[in-house]
Design a binder for this molecule. Sequence first.
Ligand SMILES: Nc1ncnc2c1ncn2[C@@H]1O[C@H](COP(=O)(O)OP(=O)(O)OP(=O)(O)O)[C@@H](O)[C@H]1O
Ligand SMILES: [Mg+2]
Length: 504
Amino acid sequence: MNAVEMKGITKQYPLVRALDQVDFVLKKGEIHSLLGENGAGKSTLMKVLYGMCKPDAGEIKVMGKTAEIKNSRQAIELGIGMVHQHFMLTPVMTVMENIIIGQEPVKGIFLDENKAREEVEALIAKYNFQISASEKVENLSVGEQQRVEILKAIYHGAEILILDEPTAVLTPQEVEELFTIMRELKKQGKSIVIITHKLKETLEIADSMSILRDGCLIESNVPVENANEDDLARMMVGRDVSLGIIRRAKDRKEACLEATGLMLHSRGKDVLKGISLTLYKGEILGLAGIEGNGQSELIDVLTGCQAPDQGTVTKEGKPLRGNARDFIEAGIGHIPEDRMTQGLILERSIADNIILGYERREKFSRKGILKKKEIDTYSARLVEDFRIKAPDADVLCNALSGGNQQKVVLARVFSEDPDALIVAHPTRGVDIGAMEYIHNRLLNLRDRGKAILLISADLDEVKCLSDRMAVLYDGQIVAEGRPEEFEDSTLGLLMTSGRQGGVK
Ligand SMILES: Nc1ncnc2c1ncn2[C@@H]1O[C@H](COP(=O)(O)OP(=O)(O)OP(=O)(O)O)[C@@H](O)[C@H]1O
Ligand SMILES: [Mg+2]
């Protein structure tokens, strides 16, 4: 039986045909991976199914019955749930309150809290969600918040669950926890669509897959069983992709950026506890660690977004002071952790975003007046170089797919030729073709003598690109060495306990 059948789905935006006659089938009880490059139409197709995006043509059947899905409420009534990459929870409310919004069990006119609590707790236990219903959402980790989103969809009766890049923001440990839950949901007969750019994950979790390219479905319902990563890459991108080929730097030891004794107290605790590190010219230093151990604050301090309570940051011997703009002027590039809140102004064009923070450069402005023509030519070139999928650079960033937004941030920072780069999660949400391109650009910057600090939740990425690695745990650097000196198991222990062998 098919849980979902979509036929002839077409969606035309003013300048882009996002979906072109797409036929998509999801079988009941399967985990189906929807693959495709950035901008291929994956999110759009799933938003059509979830009633968030109205197609121009096509028809949808849910559990065998023709359905007209005009909005998400109708989708939910049909048993469809969707977890977006950007969570839509209310931080100040509890898990429980977030889950029952929109469907409070009513006793008389009062909310029957006990009944709701029992139901939610039964679900938590059944699927082993490992969260507490009374905890406030703001106190939860990213992985836990995601579990709340899934729980919420199930509580509202989802039999069909859509997960749009659920793993992009998770640590490897959290990914495994998510997969355990997905397997359990499948066992209970639920049908799941997962979108991911990590081919390894498709191979691990999915039963079958479909591939979109430029709005067209080019492969449908291919069994995953006998496929390997190279096959998937080739089908998706249309050529061979070479990732993970290690090219280490030549030994060069000229310091560029130096941090000494950084201390920072924030959110009621010490988050940086005396961090010292040196970024050398022509070297990538990879920082491994589980989110929440001080990486965000360290990035903030190294990029001038926040001043440390104690300690200094110097570049080639000179102290760096001031705000983020001063740091940019001093030649420190910054790829921020979260492109939605820090990296981009979504309501502005690609061109505006490409010069964001660099407006004062001579090539972009003269006496405070922007050089429109130069900016246009420059941004048009970057759109092409970075293969940002957009008709032109005047397109607003909120009309771009997730991966293409990320490419705008990278295009801006990489092209400004900074001396040192603080790079957080550079390939989060980008497809493997783009990942290959970004890795090559990073290695190329390094080979040209730039000093790079790479922070990534993707350990494979850190290990493959770094010349030197450091592990951050609880506001301190607990180990440092060459990537090949770290066994995976040692690294895991260092990241979770700060110790190489056993409990702290
Ligand atoms: N609101 C919109 N207005 C105009 N164009 C849009 C809008 N939303 C999406 N598009 C375009 O539709 C195409 C498909 O976008 P979609 O978000 O579905 O891609 P995707 O496959 O999810 O990519 P990614 O892997 O980067 O998330 C893209 O070219 C995108 O720019
Ligand atoms: Mg998408």
